[in-house]
Design a protein around this ligand. Structure first.
Ligand code: DON
Length: 450
């Protein structure tokens, strides 16, 4: 028994707790789906390190159905870009069921890419390439999200083809408004095929984790879509992924999610995890009854709601003081006085926008009377992102234009090479390998001034 089994244990607990939950029944409007084992119940979680955890029937194959929609939306956004895709399909919650005629009055655009109407359009937007027909491209892309080659359940595909008149009617209707770029028969055939792609709960958790991890599959480490695309897909999942139950889902469970009528359900914790469940009995909105209950309980017990404690980073600024308060302060009185005029701000961890704001605020507040020299110690900083870097440059430049001397402890050149810093701050920022050296440098400079 290893320590991480505790994660699998929590999934097993959910399975034990909700495995007997009554209510709902497997979809049978696609006859082949009606044959599913109503007792199958699998759960899986994939972490951002690519660790995979599961319980129950997590390796039982079933078809993607509507869980395919966010991934196809991701693919088409990658191929055509947001502006082009938005000409054809909107991003507004429809408040309607998955198979409703959700077309925008006036334009005829489907409300969003999560309802059938929108999904038929997004699938149709993917062009063939000379070497690869559109459906092969789709299958290949879904496989990259899952981290393995996927195939089509031909029986489910045929079953839906023979009974899918409502989707066919929808496609003709969309075509009549001018927002379907291809022949309706072809569009629906491709859409049914995409819905019939076979996966397991573990595959789904990996696919969800790829969206959580900014478009990189955390198991294979392959980039599947850009971070921007992943973020946009999650936004539409959060607002539209659960159809007419999306608001209630976001309210109670608080995670971008997508359900499918074969019983699959995914939920994404951005930058945290991908979760998936498989259990065929569905409620009136086409969502797995046990999946909903299990994800709801997981969210509540483990505090997974997106809006709850929105990932407050550990403290960025670990110390704000003056140099005479440091253990290395000199004993001689005149030197102590000089050290008292040197403010010290020590930062740690990964510096992004939020962290940079804290650092800049601390720099402003530092030093006796918010004046004198200031040392910014980046020794324990692990990274400075592309947003934070110019913020730090500008902040340091402002300090010097206010007449304050700044120095940095930056042994790994996180602020960039000296030329870049000069460009950003308009000055040569003195840099030191240690805090003691930086304080000493500032104290000497002050002594020179005095
Ligand atoms: O188009 C359909 O009706 C099915 N192929 C997929 C619908 C679906 O999964 C709705 N989600 N809960």
């Amino acid at each position: 028994m290893s320590a991480v089994d505790a994660v699998s244990d929590s999934l097993k607990r959910m399975r034990a707790e909700f495995g007997d939950l009554e209510g709902g029944r497997p979809a049978d409007y696609i006859p082949q789906l009606g044959l599913a084992d109503p007792d199958a119940f699998g759960l899986a979680l994939v972490s951002m390190d690519g660790h995979r955890y599961s319980a129950g029937e997590a390796e039982t194959p079933f078809t993607l159905q509507s869980v395919s929609k966010p991934f196809i939306y991701a693919f088409v956004l990658s191929v055509l870009g947001l502006d082009e895709v938005s000409r054809w399909v909107g991003a507004e919650p429809s408040g309607d069921a998955f198979n409703a005629i959700s077309l925008e009055p006036g334009t005829g655009r489907p409300a969003n890419a999560m309802v059938n109407a929108g999904a038929i359009v997004t699938t149709a937007l993917i062009p063939d390439t000379p070497g690869e027909p559109a459906f092969e491209r789709i299958l290949h892309c879904l496989g990259r999200f899952a981290g393995r080659e996927l195939d089509v359940d031909e029986e489910v595909f045929t079953s839906e083809s023979m009974t899918g008149d409502r989707n066919r009617a929808l496609a003709y209707l969309i075509r009549s408004t001018g927002t379907l770029p291809v022949d309706p028969v072809l569009a629906v055939d491709r859409y049914f095929r995409q819905c019939a792609v076979r996966v397991t709960a573990l595959d789904l958790a990996t696919m969800a984790a790829t969206l959580a991890y900014g478009g990189v599959n955390p198991v294979t480490r392959e980039r599947v879509v850009s971070a921007e695309v992943a973020a946009r897909v999650l936004a539409v999942m959060a607002t539209c992924g659960m159809y007419d139950g999306s608001g209630e889902w976001l309210l109670r469970i608080g995670l971008p999610a997508k359900s499918g009528v074969s019983g699959g359900l995914i939920a994404v914790g951005p930058a945290r995890f991908g979760l998936a469940t498989y259990s065929p009995p569905l409620d009136a909105t086409g969502t797995s009854v046990r999946g909903r209950a299990a994800l709801g309980a997981l969210s509540e017990r483990y505090g997974l709601h997106l809006m709850l404690n929105p990932a407050l980073p550990g403290s960025t600024v670990s110390l704000v003081t003056t140099a005479d308060d440091l253990p290395s302060a000199p004993s001689a009185e005149h030197e102590r006085v000089l050290h008292g005029k040197v403010g010290v701000v020590v930062a740690q961890g990964a510096i992004d926008f939020t962290a940079a704001e804290r650092v800049l605020y601390a720099l402003d507040e530092s030093g006796a009377d918010r004046s004198g020299s200031v040392v910014l110690d980046l020794h324990d900083v692990t990274s400075v992102d592309a947003v934070a870097l110019p913020m730090l440059h500008t902040g340091l430049a402002r300090l010097s234009s206010d007449g304050r001397r700044a120095a940095v402890v930056d042994p790994r050149d996180l602020l960039g090479p000296p030329e870049l810093v000069r460009e950003g701050t308009g000055q040569d920022l003195p840099r030191y390998a240690t805090r003691e050296a930086a304080v000493e440098g500032c104290a000497k400079a002050l002594a020179g001034e005095g």
